[in-house]
Design a protein around this ligand. Structure first.
Ligand code: AMP
Length: 296
């Protein structure tokens, strides 16, 4: 596995791979867990070259957020990427990726970036799209793998790629969960014992709503209320029903889409979402995106 610590290294390593080889790319902020692992394993299966990046991107953190304390576990991350058969990884640094003269911001407009996460984190998506556009320029991937865990981010990236005609296929991968249903996240390590014990209720609430939808409940307010009731006592930032293509809010009668929740536990925001039309109640649900020729 080639480890690049600069853009120059990365370009050199990238050029050494055969021309025409397909490249699957997984951008991450490190502190890797099995959720990231599923993206990397899929990139490995579906492409000639499997590439990843690890970069805690300061531009996507707002003031007062956890940029400084974000977990950094480089040795373990590299071991995991190696085990999964990655060929190439960029360990990004601020100085190299954002030199002093750096002056570009890639920023979407409109409800896709101002709703939900965008309303709470107004500079977040511009930070994400700026770094991902840059990483796409560096890695020149054939396919890039993103998790449904960050549903809005996945749709923002798809919009950017279409708008800027970037020649990459954006692949969405279903949420990987702990055995008790908690969506894996690098930030779960911030939770204390008590918060971690309560956290599975979030997934339970989403499954309840999905089951109700499958049973014929099509009233948005009823579906949202079921989640709120199950999560009584939680500090909920939002419970929303959203389209998996446009991210528009689903109106009555609610069609297929996903139900999203953000719960705040102490200072940690736990994001989760679930497909209303999921046929499985298991922990590794599969979205139609994932079905194409892959084994879960
Ligand atoms: P991050 O390192 O948090 O920026 O995440 C890197 C990528 O991994 C993003 O596309 C996330 O959506 C994805 N990801 C994070 N957690 C999970 C999970 N539990 N299941 C699936 N994908 C995930």
């Amino acid at each position: 596995m080639k480890i690049a610590r600069s853009q120059a290294d990365l370009r050199r390593f990238r050029r050494a791979f055969p021309r025409g080889a397909s490249c699957g790319f997984v951008p991450t902020m490190g502190a890797l867990h099995a959720g990231h692992g599923a993206l990397v394993a899929r990139a490995r299966r579906e492409n000639d070259i499997c590439a990843a990046s690890i970069f805690v991107n300061p531009k996507q953190f707002g003031p007062g957020e956890d940029f400084e304390s974000y977990p950094r576990t480089e040795d373990a991350d590299l071991a995991m990427l190696r085990d999964l058969g990655s060929d190439l990884v960029l360990i990004g640094t601020n100085e190299d990726l954002y030199p002093e003269e750096f002056a570009t911001r890639v920023e979407l407009k409109g409800p896709l970036v101002t709703a939900a996460e965008g309303a709470r984190r107004p500079t977040h998506f511009a930070g994400v799209t700026t770094v991902v556009a840059k990483l796409f320029g560096l890695f020149e991937p054939t396919r890039a793998y993103f998790g449904w865990k960050d549903m809005q981010q996945l749709l923002v990236i798809r919009r950017m790629v279409d708008d800027l005609s970037i020649p990459v296929e954006v692949v969405g991968c279903e949420i990987v969960r702990e055995d008790d249903g908690v969506a894996m996240s690098s930030r779960n390590r911030y939770l204390d014992r008590e918060a971690r014990m309560r956290a599975p209720k979030i997934h339970e609430a989403l499954v309840l709503a999905a089951r109700a939808w499958q049973g014929g409940e099509r009233r948005a307010e009823r579906l949202r209320a079921m989640v709120r009731e199950h999560l009584h006592g939680f500090d909920l930032e939002y419970v929303e029903l959203r389209s998996t293509s446009s991210f528009e809010e689903l109106q009555d009668p609610v069609g297929p889409g996903r139900i999203l929740v953000v719960a705040r536990m102490e200072t940690t925001r736990l994001l989760d979402n679930y497909p209303l039309d999921s046929l499985s109640e298991g922990t590794a649900t599969v979205h139609s995106d994932d079905v194409r020729g892959s084994t879960p």
